[in-house]
Design a protein around this ligand. Structure first.
Ligand SMILES: [Zn+2]
Ligand SMILES: [Zn+2]
Length: 85
């Protein structure tokens, strides 16, 4: 788990869980594409460290087989509670 809130992304998309790396992204449309369809969610600010978990694809490394991990945008973390109200 992340040690402090300062390490965390600024927010996440509640629909698909994609992290938002920059504060400017909060409130803007999610750009993630799944199965050829663009996600309809908007990034929202997150506050709690417990909202985040280590990415299962890259085990927190941010890279998979020497490549940028698409699952977590290279952060090594995934939002743990997609679909919040
Ligand atoms: Zn999304
Ligand atoms: Zn990852």
């Amino acid at each position: 788990m992340p040690d402090s809130i300062s390490m965390l992304p600024s927010g996440a998309c509640p629909s698909c869980g994609t992290p938002a790396n920059y504060p400017e992204m909060i409130g803007t449309a999610c750009t993630q594409q799944t199965g050829g369809r663009r996600c309809t969610g908007k990034y929202r600010a997150t506050m709690a460290a417990s909202d985040w978990m280590i990415c299962s694809e890259c085990q927190g490394a941010g890279r998979v087989h020497e490549r940028h991990c698409q699952h977590c945008e290279g952060l090594g973390l995934r939002y743990a509670r997609p679909q919040f109200p």
